[in-house]
Design a binder for this molecule. Structure first.
Ligand code: AMP
Length: 517
């Protein structure tokens, strides 16, 4: 029985040693090679002083080296923390500090970049690219390790946008991933013949689906590298050439590929499952895809990082018609429960048709909360009020839902200013907080134009500055402090009063009109 996620990999390495486990660009590694490498590299991590349960981040572009890194970290009884290789210095430093990281796994390119970004940081750098498996002085023993970790221990910590300006580290234990992956492999009948694509960045939890379904099934995991992602239409050819059979992505990718006009009925003969998750799935785009590829099963999955990728799913039976306004996020997956907190504050178990309110999620895959932040954890991870017999956490998603006639949940929107932009989860409050820390900024409000036209979607900021400060300087500082996808494309300065509603709050609608028309 598997209780630690790396065991999925080792079991498949026993069964399919010579099969390609992971490939990226033209580099591929077999199950056996990766199994032996990660055994040896895990010992190297341990020999460098990492103790069971410690957090070890890795910082590099997505590549076979990333797979070598996270698998080895897990095998060292540690938990991995993927860091975006494009992170600006401040964010990188904040994640390292929050993880109390004593070691950072890098490759050649990211080692250089790290030294440029944080020349005075004392974290120990270990380069996965220069480690050779047979080098015994560096701990090159490739034999199987005995694990100290239990299924309740943390496998990874993923950092998501935090409204206070500091990213939140979501702590996910092995058992949560196993619970999710057992369902996914069973539901989508993923097997060793599958070619599974990984489109999501590794610091986004959608990648959990790709990595561990492939590893459990003994399938090949094809990593979509950053350069390929930058010219999205090329992905059509890539998916076809790689004979991808399982493709999990955010809906905006489907929209952009559709708009590229490169989709042809014979583009994906090998594709079996197309799974969209992470943001609203537009019915019209879905209908186009479904008509083009009738041999493919389309599924809408839903869930925040805090419940381990997805807690509900809906297999779309037929292409949505023009009257369809939203595709349901479906019903709870096995071993997860969906509850609704209605307007008067009461929490409804097994909510029936028409019930509307905030979605609360219960089950084995609910995270342990936010790393080092008990306050924020307590606000959104609450004890199930229906009993106090045992520890039974409900995660309060902040998502508004309603139950339809068939008992499916319909996503209605957010209760706060969290947004999804190009698949990235962003708290507008985080951008506001960061702008607020820049010298000379008096006031800042950040809004999002959630246009149905993908090319019009934009983050915009209204700023007022003290005398003698320049907007250009604010823009430069912002680029250095935030990941590119969080930097507002429109930044407008004003000397006038910011528009406010009758109760004195910022009138975000008027600000949006002012900035985006
Ligand atoms: P993340 O933690 O990045 O996965 O973002 C989670 C948030 O994305 C959820 O709380 C929702 O607001 C949104 N989301 C995820 N899946 C869906 C979906 N299928 N439909 C609509 N919104 C979604």
């Amino acid at each position: 029985m598997v209780h630690l996620v790396q065991q999925y990999f080792s079991q498949s390495a026993q069964k399919h040693p010579d099969k390609i486990a992971v490939c990226c660009e033209d580099v591929g590694i077999t199950y056996k090679e990766l199994e032996l490498f990660s055994n040896a590299f895990a010992r190297c991590i341990q020999n460098a002083g990492i103790k069971a349960g410690e957090l070890v981040p890795f910082f590099m572009k997505k590549s076979v080296n990333s797979a070598k890194s996270f698998l080895s970290i897990l095998k060292a009884d540690a938990a991995y923390v993927p860091i975006d290789s494009n992170s600006p210095a401040q964010r990188l430093e904040a994640i390292l500090a929050s993880s109390k990281a004593r070691m950072l796994i890098v490759d050649n390119a990211s080692e250089t970049r790290f030294k440029e970004l944080l020349p005075n940081n004392s974290v120990q750098l270990i380069n996965v690219e220069t480690f050779t498996c047979g080098n015994t002085s560096a701990g090159g023993d490739t034999s199987t390790l005995k694990y100290k970790n239990l299924s309740i221990d943390i496998a990874y910590v993923l950092f998501t946008s935090g409204s206070t300006g500091i990213p939140k580290g979501v702590m996910i234990p092995h058992q949560a991933i196993v619970d999710y992956i057992e369902f996914c492999v069973d539901n989508f009948k993923i097997n060793a013949d599958d070619q599974v694509a990984n489109h999501a960045p590794l610091y986004f939890d959608n990648s959990t689906f790709d990595i561990y379904t492939a590893f459990k099934a003994g399938a090949t995991l094809h990593l979509v590298h950053e350069e390929l992602n930058a010219v999205l239409p090329v992905l059509v050819k890539w998916l076809s050439e790689r004979k991808i059979s399982v493709f999990f992505c955010v809906p905006s990718v489907l929209t952009m590929l559709h708009k590229s006009r490169r989709l042809k009925p014979d583009s994906f003969p090998a594709l079996k499952h197309l799974i969209a998750a992470g943001e609203v799935l537009p019915p019209a785009v879905t209908a186009e895809w479904m008509k083009l590829y009738p041999h493919v099963t389309f599924t809408n999955m839903y869930g925040p990082t805090e419940i381990t990728v997805d807690c509900s799913f809906y297999t779309i039976p037929t292409p949505p018609g023009p009257e369809c306004t939203s595709i349901p996020i479906g019903k709870a997956r096995p071993n997860m429960d969906l509850l609704i907190r209605v307007e008067d504050g009461s929490i409804i178990k097994a909510p029936g048709t028409g019930i509307e309110g905030e979605l609360l999620v219960r089950g084995l895959s609910v995270a342990y909360g936010y790393l080092g932040d008990t306050e924020r954890t307590k606000q959104v991870f609450i004890q199930n009020p229906h009993h106090n017999l045992f520890h039974d956490l409900l995660y309060c998603t902040g998502d508004l839902v309603r139950v339809d006639q068939e008992g499916n949940f319909i996503y209605l929107g957010r209760m706060d200013t969290q947004i999804k932009f190009m698949g990235y989860r962003i708290e507008l409050g985080e951008i506001e907080s960061i702008i607020g820390t820049i010298d000379g900024v008096e006031e800042a409000v950040v809004v999002y134009n959630n246009s149905s036209d993908e090319s019009q979607k934009v983050i915009a900021a209204l700023i007022s500055l003290k005398a003698n400060y320049l907007l250009e300087q604010v823009k430069t500082t912002l680029k250095a402090r935030l990941p590119g996808y969080m930097v507002p494309a429109i930044i407008q300065q004003t000397t006038a009063e910011f528009p406010r509603t009758a109760n004195g709050k910022y009138d975000r609608k008027s600000i949006l009109t002012l900035l985006c028309g």
